[in-house]
Design a binder for this molecule. Structure first.
Ligand SMILES: NC(=O)c1ccc[n+]([C@@H]2O[C@H](COP(=O)([O-])OP(=O)(O)OC[C@H]3O[C@@H](n4cnc5c(N)ncnc54)[C@H](O)[C@@H]3O)[C@@H](O)[C@H]2O)c1
Length: 307
C-alpha cells in the first residue's frame, strides 16, 4: 500500500487545527506549524475535543506533529496548506519561506477567505504548484472546499488537490478564475450587504432579517441551489423579477456606514457581547450548539481513519 500524502498545515488556529484534524482522522501524517506558542500549546487538545464532539476517536490527533519552525514542518510533505491570519504580506512571506524549504513537487495551497491567490503567490519562483483551497468553518463538518487556480497553476496540481480532498470526504469544486471571494463568499456577502442595508434603512431589525431567511429560502437552500430554483420557477419569471427588483437592491462598493458604526462603538458581535444583536454567553453557546447539531445531522459522520 502506498503511503497517504503527508500534509503540513501553517497556522494552528480555528481553521488550521480543523484542517489538520480532517487529514489526521483520515490517516495522513500531519505537520502543524504555528508561530505563536499559545496556539501550539492548545492545538492538540482542541483537535481531540473536536474529534470527540463529532463522535470520532480523539487518538487520531496523535498523527498531528507540532512544529515551531516552518522549514522543518514543510520539509518532507506532499501538500502545504496555509491557514495563517488574513494578511497579504504575511502570507507572501510565509510562502517565500515555504518555497525554500519544501520539495520541488510539493503543492502549495492558501486557505485565504478572499485574497486573490495570484497576489499571495506572486513572489514565488515556481507558481505552477500554487493554488487556493478555501475550506469552510468548521472544516471537519462543512464538506465544501473551493480549489482556486491561477493562470499559472498546472492542471496536475489542480487534479491532485481535487483527488486528495475527495479522498478525505470533502466536496471539492474547481474555481476557474482567481477572483476575490471566489464563489461561496461572493454569494454569501452579496446577501449580507443587502441584509445590512435592510436594517440600516429601517425596513426591519436584525432578528427579523435572520428569521425571514431561516424560515423561507434559507431552509430550502441546502437542497435547492439558487440556479436550480431559477429553473424551477422559470428563467422568464426570474428575468421579470430582476427587471423590477435589481434597480432597488443595495449596490454599495464599501462597507456600510451602519457596519462602520457598530465596529467603531465596539459592538463586535460575540466577542464583545453585542453586534447587530446582544449575545449573552448562554445565547452564544446555544447558537454554536444549534449550528454543530444541524451540520452533523446534514452531513453525517465525517471520514475516519482507514481506507
Ligand atoms: N474563520 C473562518 O471561518 C475562515 C473560513 C475560511 C477561511 N478562513 C481563512 O483561514 C485563515 C486562518 O483563519 P482562522 O480563522 O483560522 O484564524 P485564527 O486567528 O484562528 O488562526 C490563525 C493562526 O495563525 C497563527 N499565526 C499568526 N502568525 C503566524 C505566522 N507568522 N506563522 C504561522 N502561524 C501564524 C496564529 O497564532 C493562529 O493560531 C485566514 O486566511 C482566514 O481568512 C477563515
Amino acid at each position: 500500500m502506498t503511503a497517504k500524502p503527508a500534509i503540513a498545515v501553517i497556522g494552528a488556529g480555528l481553521m488550521g487545527a480543523g484542517i489538520a484534524q480532517v487529514f489526521a482522522a483520515a490517516g495522513h501524517r500531519v505537520a502543524l506549524f504555528d508561530a505563536i506558542e499559545a496556539a501550539r500549546a492548545s492545538a492538540l487538545a482542541r483537535i481531540r475535543d473536536n474529534l470527540a464532539a463529532i463522535g470520532l476517536d480523539p487518538q487520531a490527533a496523535d498523527a498531528v506533529i507540532l512544529h515551531d519552525q516552518l522549514a522543518t514542518a514543510v520539509a518532507d510533505v506532499d501538500f502545504v496548506i496555509e491557514a495563517a491570519p488574513e494578511d497579504l504580506p504575511l502570507k507572501q512571506r510565509l510562502f517565500s519561506e515555504v518555497e525554500q524549504a519544501a520539495r520541488p513537487g510539493t503543492i502549495l495551497a492558501s486557505n485565504t477567505s478572499v485574497i486573490p491567490i495570484t497576489a499571495i503567490m506572486e513572489k514565488l519562483g515556481d507558481r505552477t504548484r500554487a493554488l487556493g483551497t478555501h475550506w469552510w468553518n468548521p472544516p471537519y463538518l462543512v464538506p465544501l472546499v473551493e480549489v482556486i487556480r491561477t493562470t499559472d497553476t498546472s492542471n496536475a496540481a489542480v487534479a491532485a488537490t481535487l483527488t486528495l480532498l475527495a479522498s478525505v470526504g470533502k466536496t471539492a469544486v474547481e474555481v476557474k478564475k482567481d477572483i476575490p471571494g471566489f464563489i461561496g463568499n461572493r454569494l454569501q456577502h452579496a446577501l449580507w450587504r443587502e441584509a445590512i442595508a435592510l436594517v440600516a434603512e429601517g425596513v426591519c431589525d436584525a432578528k427579523t432579517v435572520d428569521d425571514v431567511v431561516k424560515s423561507s429560502f434559507g431552509a430550502r437552500l441546502a437542497v435547492l441551489g439558487p440556479l436550480e430554483n431559477a429553473d424551477l420557477v422559470g428563467t422568464d419569471l426570474t428575468r421579470s423579477i430582476h427587471g423590477y427588483l435589481l434597480p432597488a437592491l443595495d449596490r454599495s462598493t464599501a462597507p456600510s456606514p451602519y457596519l462602520d458604526r457598530l465596529v467603531d462603538e465596539g459592538r463586535l458581535g460575540f466577542k464583545s457581547g453585542e453586534g447587530f444583536q446582544a449575545w449573552a454567553p448562554a445565547q452564544q453557546a446555544a447558537l454554536r450548539e444549534r449550528v454543530t447539531k444541524h451540520l452533523m445531522a446534514s452531513f453525517g459522520a465525517p471520514a475516519t481513519i482507514g481506507e
